[in-house]
Design a protein around this ligand. Structure first.
Ligand code: GDP
Length: 366
């Protein structure tokens, strides 16, 4: 009851979960992201899916349309504003990105090629997920490559597709799933096909997918929504404290050196005094412009940024500010409320440099 009361009180204040895609090279990470992006574009409408700085923003209605193809999806509360998926699949983005020592990502999609099973980088990714305590789901991708698989078009839910397969393809599929489960068990993880998973807290869900046909994409989106509701409500409550991570440091014509930031907590404003980790120590500056890409334009098109007075979490943003040349990606950004207060400045300096230390330590370890 208490949990329910809390849930209803906070439902309006949940932020978007930040999602990372990781796994071994060539398992289909990029293709899955592309497929999710193109989901609504097929109907001639983008459905509000927009590429932000460093992340793609999937408004809840676009996700809902897919997720409600499934009975489980029709029972969910759609109480997050959107899903925010980090655009650079691959594990570098995950290794370095953190805010205050924990992972920037709320949920991860670990992609495994169903024909290859667990590969070296899969295991490496799992190690990182474990260390960061990040909940994840496994996309068992490339099911369309199973011998004689009859790929179903238009983002078909997995179970509907399985029901349409010839018997030997279905048996081969089940064999592959069991093999993957054994490999996961060997490294200490219980896994189940998600529709047989009774306890997502203890058991990792497997989602068979094809990034080519779109089979299993509705299932994947449904799970990305279900998981936060089961596991992450606390973490996703809108946090008034600023939490922001620098994704990239980039020179942009006409703007100079800018930083791309994922804002996961709080509100950031033009004119704010910020502090970031620099190669030679903390950098203090003032936000000259808060930018997001123009909604309908590719973000690679130059000079197409929208200016904002303030932006609320969670979002990907570009910040233009003086002196960002030596900013370090993968570290946190802080806003200094009162730059005249030496106490606060000192506190912020300590905080951002702690991040720098953990990155140095990680570099030493690898
Ligand atoms: P990444 O390195 O993990 O990002 O992998 P990519 O997304 O670049 O995919 C690697 C290759 O596998 C590409 O040639 C893709 O077209 C192909 N691929 C990805 N997903 C699927 C899938 O579900 N089915 C099939 N048949 N091919 C796929």
């Amino acid at each position: 009851e208490k949990a329910q009361a809390l849930a209803s009180r906070t439902a309006d204040h949940l932020r978007s979960p930040v999602i990372c895609i990781l796994g071994h090279v060539d398992t289909g990470k990029t293709k899955i992201l592309d497929r999710i992006r193109r989901t609504n574009v097929q109907d001639g409408e983008a459905g509000g899916i927009t590429q932000q700085i460093g992340a793609t923003y999937f408004p809840i209605d676009a996700v809902k349309k897919e997720a409600t193809k499934l009975a489980e999806g029709r029972q969910l509360d759609y109480n997050v504003p959107s899903l925010l998926i980090i655009d650079t699949p691959g594990h570098e983005s995950f290794t370095n990105l953190r805010s205050r020592g924990s992972s920037l990502c709320d949920i991860a999609i670990l992609v495994v090629d169903i024909l290859h099973g667990l590969e070296p980088q899969t295991k490496e990714s799992i190690g990182l997920l474990k260390a960061r305590k990040t909940p994840f789901i496994v996309a068992l991708n490339k099911i369309d490559r199973i011998y004689d698989w009859d790929a179903q078009p238009h983002n078909c839910p997995t179970r509907d597709s399985i029901a349409k397969q010839p018997r030997h393809a279905r048996e081969e599929f089940m064999r592959r799933v069991r093999d993957a489960q054994l490999e996961f068990a060997e490294i200490g993880f219980n896994t189940e096909l998600y529709w047989e998973n009774e306890d997502p807290r203890k058991t990792v869900s497997l989602v068979p997918t094809s990034a080519i046909s779109g089979e299993g994409i509705p299932d994947l989106l449904m799970l990305l929504l279900a998981l936060p509701q089961k596991l992450l409500t606390d973490r996703l409550m809108f946090n008034p404290l600023l939490e922001a991570t620098v994704l990239e440091v980039k020179v942009i014509e006409g703007l100079g050196t800018t930083i791309d930031v994922i804002l996961t907590g709080g509100t950031i404003r033009e004119g704010d005094t910020i502090m970031v980790v620099g190669l030679d120590g903390p950098i203090v500056s003032t936000i000259r412009a808060l930018l997001t890409p123009h909604p309908m334009k590719e973000m690679r098109v130059k000079g197409q940024y929208l200016h904002h007075k303030e932006i609320k979490a969670a979002q990907g943003i570009k910040i233009s500010a003086e002196g960002m040349e030596k900013a370090v990606a993968g570290t946190q950004l802080m806003v200094v409320q009162d730059p005249t207060s030496e106490v606060e400045m000192e506190y912020c300096r300590d905080e951002v440099m702690k991040d720098f230390q953990t990155i140095l330590t990680d570099v030493d370890k690898s």
